[in-house]
Design a binder for this molecule. Structure first.
Ligand SMILES: Cc1cc2nc3c(=O)[nH]c(=O)nc-3n(C[C@H](O)[C@H](O)[C@H](O)COP(=O)(O)O)c2cc1C
Length: 177
């Protein structure tokens, strides 16, 4: 039986979805089966050997669909390997990445039954022209770190693919085919 992985994502503006797509593609290239679904559409996990969960950080919180997904699928998630990623910082400042990792860890700590086999942060994408309410208002506040910030995309596709390849290598010996 082939290893079948669900890559489930939450995304407001599509950048996390694109990372989830790249992860699913890399898993397939490694010989695994991989389905890609928005978290809110996933009803059952029974057919999956493992689950990859990806969602952006907004206002220091992991996207609410991710938190809801963890609550909804608690039982199934305790029975299979789970890997987690988040999108976040816009700059390559080490401090910023550490802070975002701490934000994600804090969110995950609310689900103490969850023991991910991998946790990773990939950089984020920001386009002020695409922001919808209320993000567009937040970005206009002079006190906001997004105030007058130009469009930027620091997602590291090499790191994304490397993470997915490592994940495939972790899963393959755990579920010999
Ligand atoms: C209003 C707003 C608030 C954000 N808050 C955070 C934050 O607290 N921490 C962080 O690391 N990134 C933050 N980000 C960056 C997002 O995580 C990043 O833009 C990500 O790529 C968005 O993913 P999406 O396109 O899938 O929605 C914020 C972005 C916006 C627009």
């Amino acid at each position: 039986m082939k290893i079948k992985v669900l890559v489930a994502y939450a995304s407001r503006y599509g950048s996390t979805q694109e990372v989830a797509e790249a992860i699913a593609a890399a898993l397939r290239e490694s010989g695994l089966e991989a389905d890609l679904e928005p978290m809110r559409k996933v009803e059952a996990l029974e057919e999956y050997t493992a689950v990859v969960l990806g969602a952006p950080i907004y206002m220091s919180r992991w996207h609410k669909d991710a938190r809801a997904f963890l609550s909804r699928h608690r039982e199934a998630l305790t029975e299979r390997p789970v890997a987690v990623f988040a999108l976040g910082p816009f700059h390559d400042k080490e401090e910023e990445w550490k802070e975002v990792r701490a934000q994600l860890d804090k969110e995950l700590a609310k689900f103490p039954w969850l023991t991910p086999i991998a946790i990773e942060i990939f950089g984020g994408k920001f386009d002020p022209e695409k922001l919808r309410f209320p993000d567009n208002l937040i970005a206009r506040l002079p006190a906001s770190p997004l105030h007058k910030m130009p469009a930027i995309d620091v997602r590291d596709w090499t790191a994304v693919r490397a993470w997915a390849n490592k994940l495939a290598a972790q899963l393959q010996p755990a579920f010999p085919q």
